[in-house]
Write a protein that binds this ligand. Structure first.
Ligand SMILES: [Zn+2]
Ligand SMILES: [Zn+2]
Length: 405
């Protein structure tokens, strides 16, 4: 099939561009028309004139971006036409409202995943496999060492950690990003263990999620609890509330047995002193790397990621049936090298020809992939320069060498 292929996508300094449609996807700079895959700040940037995004993420996007911009929201699967290009948005499973962008022009189809994961998540719709000619995928965790466990197992561990800490009279501080991760964490917490409090930035995200109809356990922001208790303290005395009395009362609040969900930047700040004896934990995909937890100086690390893991990445590529794969984010060089070396590309095609599209949920076993790469000469997945240099985690130091298992 040697038909001339329309150029649906190109990379530019302003970001991924659709020259035919005249729009950008998650542009780095202000542009005229932006299609936004989701509300994280590295994707939804301020300053563009017109934004197109998926409906479930509307409260998050409005919270993040200027009210002066024009917004257009599409339901998942709903089609619109931009500059002659058919555009539709499909669930990416990354966070509430996260979307893959499907572009179609004269029979040519491209899909841009944005951030995505295949694990199910109670706070958003499941990733939808889409067939296309060009598949643009992220690979934040695009190394065979990254293989996530099911949510239910992680949440069982988190709740057990909370139960134990509560029995010891401690307060739990659980860190996750303000929008997306924190709400996913909340969805898995067992409120029968104790009260749940939130950092202010997390509570804002919680409100946006509730506005979109996501059910989360009851939360109170830490600030609101302090204010409420201080006000009550004022009423119970002569009615004359002094600042001094308010703050001394706040310092005496009992936080033992409670869970506080906070942003990672709150760790080690004076803000956390008020909670008394604490047990701290970080929830992130980076916790899969030995050493990451130690550098974070937290008591526990839970491997809970909102990005696709290695077996998921391989599956998504198979499901797309794409003949062109573009890799963005993270370990792009590693994944690209694997694909270009021919072996995997060939292997994926073999797998695809054996499997029926109806059985697309069939998975390549993680061990199969791993043993394949272990037998590939010159392949050093454990080299440190293959590790992510992410803004929130600097993994380039000692102890960062990943090992499987
Ligand atoms: Zn994201
Ligand atoms: Zn991202």
């Amino acid at each position: 099939m040697n038909r001339p292929r329309p150029k649906l996508l190109e990379t530019t300094p302003a970001g991924l561009h659709c020259p035919i449609g005249g729009f950008y996807i998650d542009p780095f700079r202000p542009v005229d028309r932006a299609v936004i895959t989701h509300g994280h700040s590295d994707h939804a940037r301020w300053g563009s004139r017109h934004y197109l995004s998926a409906s479930p993420g509307e409260p998050i996007l409005r919270m993040r971006l200027s009210e002066e911009a024009e917004f257009e929201f599409l339901d998942y699967g709903q089609k619109t036409t931009v500059g002659g290009v058919r555009v539709s948005l499909h669930p990416a499973g990354h966070m509430l409202g996260s979307a893959q962008v499907r572009l179609e022009y004269r029979g040519e189809v491209a899909v841009v995943t944005g951030d995505y994961k295949l694990q199910s998540d109670a706070t958003c719709d499941d990733f939808e496999p889409i067939r296309c000619h060009t598949f643009v995928t992220e690979s934040t965790f695009g190394l065979p060492i990254y293989q996530w466990r099911e949510d239910s197992e992680i949440f069982a561990d988190i709740n057990q950690w909370w139960r134990t800490a509560a029995s010891e009279g401690k307060c739990c501080l659980l860190y996750g990003y303000a929008v997306g991760k924190s709400q996913r964490l909340l969805s898995g917490l067992d409120p029968s263990i104790g009260p749940i409090y939130t950092h202010g930035a997390v509570e804002k995200g919680v409100q946006a999620y509730r506005e979109s109809g996501v059910k989360l356990p009851e939360t109170t922001s830490v600030t609101r609890r302090i204010e409420t208790e201080a006000a009550n303290a004022g009423k119970s005395t002569s009615g004359e509330v002094t600042k001094r009395r308010k703050s001394s009362r706040a310092a005496k609040l009992d936080w033992s047995g409670s869970m506080v969900v906070a942003v990672p930047s709150a760790h080690g700040t004076p803000w956390m002193r008020k909670f008394g004896t604490v047990s701290t934990a970080m929830a992130s995909g980076w916790m899969a790397i030995r050493g990451a937890r130690r550098r974070r100086a937290v008591d526990r690390g839970f491997v809970l990621s909102d990005h696709v893991d290695w077996p998921g990445l391989m599956n998504a590529i198979v499901w797309s049936e794409a003949d062109e794969i573009w890799v963005t984010h993270g370990s792009t060089a590693v994944v690209s090298r694997y694909l270009n070396e021919g072996g995997l590309q060939q292997r994926l095609q073999d797998h695809r020809s054996r499997s029926d599209w109806q059985h697309r949920r069939e998975t390549l076993s993680a061990r199969e992939i791993q043993s394949y790469w272990e037998s590939t000469p010159g392949d050093d997945v454990s080299s440190e320069n293959a590790l992510p240099g992410n803004e929130s985690t600097n993994e380039s130091g000692d102890g960062g060498k990943p090992t499987s298992g």
